[in-house]
Ligand binder design. Sequence first.
Ligand SMILES: *[C@@H]1O[C@H](CO)[C@@H](O)[C@H](O)[C@H]1NC(C)=O
Ligand SMILES: *[C@@H]1O[C@H](CO)[C@@H](O)[C@H](O)[C@H]1NC(C)=O
Ligand SMILES: *[C@@H]1O[C@H](CO)[C@@H](O)[C@H](O)[C@H]1NC(C)=O
Ligand SMILES: *[C@@H]1O[C@H](CO)[C@@H](O)[C@H](O)[C@H]1NC(C)=O
Ligand SMILES: *[C@@H]1O[C@H](CO)[C@@H](O)[C@H](O)[C@H]1NC(C)=O
Ligand SMILES: *[C@@H]1O[C@H](CO)[C@@H](O)[C@H](O)[C@H]1NC(C)=O
Ligand SMILES: *[C@@H]1O[C@H](CO)[C@@H](O)[C@H](O)[C@H]1NC(C)=O
Length: 731
Amino acid sequence: MFFLNHLALVAASLLAGSVNAYTSQTFTWKNVRIGGGGGFVPGIVFNPTTKGLAYARTDIGGAYRLNADDTWTPLTDFANNTNWHDWGIDALATDPVETNRLYLAVGMYTIDWDPNVGSILRSTDQGATFSETKLPFKVGGNMPGRGVGERLSVDPNENSILYFGARSGNGLWKSTDYGVTWAKVTSFTWPGTYVQDASSEYTADPVGIAWVTFDSTSGTKGTATPRIFVGVVDVGESVFKSEDGGSTWAWVSGEPQLGFLPHKGVLSPAEKTLYISYANGAGPYDGTNGTLHKYNISTGVWTDISPTSLASTNYGYGGLSVDLQKPGTLMVAALNDWWPDELIFRSNDSGATWSPIWAWTSYPNQDLYDVSAAPWLFDTTSTDQFIKRGRLYGTGATIYGGHDLLKWDTVHNVTLKSLATGIEETAALALLTPPGGPPLLSAVGDIGGFYHSSLDTAPTQAFHNPTYGTTRDLDYAGNTPADIVRSGDSDTDIKIALSSDFGATWSADYGASTTTGSGKVAYSADGDTVLLMSGTNGTLVSQYTGTFTAVSTLPSGAAIASDKRNNTVFYGGSAGRISSIYVSTDTAKTFAKTVALGSSTAVNQIRVNPTVAGDVWASTDTGLFHSLDYGKTFTQISTSTGPTVGYSFVSLALGAGSTTSAYPVLYGFFTISGTTSLFKSEDTGATWAIISDAAHGFGAASSNVVGADISTYGRVFAGTNGRGIFYGSPS
Ligand SMILES: *[C@@H]1O[C@H](CO)[C@@H](O)[C@H](O)[C@H]1NC(C)=O
Ligand SMILES: *[C@@H]1O[C@H](CO)[C@@H](O)[C@H](O)[C@H]1NC(C)=O
Ligand SMILES: *[C@@H]1O[C@H](CO)[C@@H](O)[C@H](O)[C@H]1NC(C)=O
Ligand SMILES: *[C@@H]1O[C@H](CO)[C@@H](O)[C@H](O)[C@H]1NC(C)=O
Ligand SMILES: *[C@@H]1O[C@H](CO)[C@@H](O)[C@H](O)[C@H]1NC(C)=O
Ligand SMILES: *[C@@H]1O[C@H](CO)[C@@H](O)[C@H](O)[C@H]1NC(C)=O
Ligand SMILES: *[C@@H]1O[C@H](CO)[C@@H](O)[C@H](O)[C@H]1NC(C)=O
């Protein structure tokens, strides 16, 4: 009787989720150094009171704090599969009074791509730790117009007061208790109606309120600032103010109505003047016209101080910064001067005259840029510009900065170098460690991918010849591992490339034409055959770099892999009402369906044991399956002690076992006992340990990629969607 009761208690606690089937192991995690950021930095915010205290916010990779040595410390690496949207930072505010206080408005999308409401994260220790208040609406760190702002602001006279300007028509919100609770400002009736493009869901959501700027000079320390300006993303009346601490609001009369959107509203307190940059697009990619205006608060006079005349401009204005120590000195960045390069203008007479950072007479101007911290940054692919106190500006690819800006007004030749060390903002799509080769090859979104001769120093160049904006996939030939295949996106080049020196140098695979679409690739063990799951052309195969031909026996969209020891064998896994495994024994010319995997409806990934032919793993929407007979039969790994879900991107990798005789270690993003995270197994899937932790959550499991080193025990890679690539090993 006692025994039965005890069993019942165990069952009850399992149901309650209080017993985990897995253990945990502490890993030491570091970023693989790519350097230079690699992604869009929509905002850099300096604390106006504490010298050198600054933060950067990114659209999909979280927030960072600037260190004294110009490196950056990530602040939001706790984000995991449950709170992945915390990496979308739509606004950031640093408290000018209690300068250790920091606030982030977080959330990724305001449309249904992100089911979560947004939050205000608040910190009292410069972002070392945060508390959270969920908002009753979504926040869109990766939505259109993410470079406007800041839409979150702390009252400089009474710093318990904050305002937040929402997207999606949700209006203006206020907190009077340091961001703990929030209420809508019902007297503010201009939520912003502008949408970037009504024809798609993503661009059809109103950008909302752009910025909230307190006029610190209108109040006294300890009481709420009376005069507050709010910029709204609207083509009509768009700048509003309150004179009574936010009780009542009115349009700022005289505002020019040119159909432009106010991107930034920056106060120059000593001049009692508000500077406003306008553009005819919300950004980051649009903007072909615009102005810079100043509003003289004392006189109520608006003045157009645009560096370029309305008649001849081909860009709007975005990033805007005033020098608080030298009133009248300000800088503004063009949004977007795509060719030949972005423009920054500087004025030291309140905008009466301007000096551009470069002019056609000094073309080519690239010698202004020093990219030694990220040598692969061969050019600026700037999308939007943000400058602050003339020291840093963020672009679509990196943050550039320098320490000798005052030279601008004398010899003009200022340093503009990549100052983004510590910011790793890439999205990894595939990670590969070919045995005997470099520690890592990476396929990365937007900036191509890299041959990493070291994990701790920035690579000298991205993959080139052919050069892909986004690299989709990489594979190596198991029996000749220096042979690598790569596929990626290009408007002009062939989208498949081959290397015979571990990825150091490449040539186009002329079996493909420039119209052959990129996709997942699998390389035969002898390097003779490339199987391509093209995003636009379905399943294609090429042998001896012959013409790619369709493979009708493997469904389009199937997961693919090559055997790493047997030259003729390839594997496929399809999605459907019931998923199926397909095997080819004739170098991918034909595939035969072998078996369905339990009740799974999607084979998300197939991985093979790199050292043993016919040893195959399949990660599916219902867990993990293993075959030792070339995919003829599979056994499911127990769902009570192992995975119940394997994720849809690149969820599985096999790395070196602990001894030469040991089976490889399995690493993957799985759900085990209801917890979704990064796990490993050292006993062929019998038992599992969680290896992520509270400080390293890796964001959304379904967009992550895993890599492992089959030669180095314990070496695992976690590639994220926006926070770069981490490498870890047992502590
Ligand atoms: C995910 O993060 C949240 C908040 O930091 C934490 O409570 C939770 O335990 C984390 N989950 C995992 C699996 O680490
Ligand atoms: C604002 O207007 C006053 C009065 O005309 C003038 O003295 C002052 O220079 C103006 N400020 C700026 C920044 O133009
Ligand atoms: C910019 O917009 C203004 C106002 O609508 C217009 O007058 C001007 O011609 C435009 N500039 C260009 C180069 O199109
Ligand atoms: C203001 O800037 C101009 C142009 O860069 C420069 O010639 C002038 O010396 C500067 N004036 C001061 C006071 O720095
Ligand atoms: C700018 O300064 C750098 C370093 O001081 C120098 O190498 C470069 O030639 C200068 N460029 C111009 C155009 O004067
Ligand atoms: C791939 O698809 C593109 C676009 O649909 C088409 O132009 C091209 O001919 C196709 N190529 C092959 C090899 O099927
Ligand atoms: C490769 O696999 C095929 C199909 O399973 C088998 O017939 C062949 O013997 C294998 N080759 C080697 C070298 O093991």
